[in-house]
Write a protein that binds this ligand. Structure first.
Ligand code: RB5
Length: 150
């Protein structure tokens, strides 16, 4: 199932991901979404967990519907994000996983590797992620077992 809803999307990247993050910000704005860009804004070295935590807090507070993180590989960002109760951050390199992360896992964040994938692949992944709805049903039961009580 797909939709064309416009969302508020929080973005965060380290020095390995800021270029792709900036491209995603522009793509999102052109597509009509609201962007909260938490940085970083240069190649100066920063620590990816600092950015991941800020973006997670934006999603958890309800300020943003989704969060997108970009580091060199997408890995470190996803580890940091998934330490937050209520965050389900999918580290994704292609569109099938992006679709299933929404349909089956109700992912609320994406993590991408700025040194792993090109801009066009990242745009396709994000477009798929935002256009796909959670299927609920048996998947809701399974998600509840990831974080009982959340
Ligand atoms: C930074 O050099 C790099 O370690 C980071 O961007 C990310 O790939 C970590 O998982």
């Amino acid at each position: 199932m797909t939709n064309q809803i416009k969302f508020t999307v929080a973005l965060g990247a380290d020095h390995g991901g800021f270029k792709l993050k900036d491209a995603l910000a522009e793509w999102l704005r052109k597509a009509g979404h609201e962007v909260r860009d938490f940085g970083t804004h240069s190649t100066d070295s920063v620590d990816y967990p600092d950015l991941a935590h800020v973006v997670c807090n934006s999603v958890l507070s309800g300020e943003s519907r989704f969060g997108v993180l970009v580091c060199g590989t997408g890995l470190g960002m996803s580890y940091a994000a998934n330490r937050h109760a209520g965050i389900r951050c999918a580290m994704v390199n292609e569109t099938t996983s992006a679709r299933l992360a929404r349909q089956h896992n109700d992912a609320n964040m994406l993590s991408l590797g700025g040194r792993m994938i090109g801009e066009e692949a990242a745009f396709d992944i994000l477009a798929t992620f935002l256009a796909t709805e959670f299927e609920g049903g048996r998947h809701q039961r399974r998600i509840a077992k990831i974080e009982p009580g959340v």
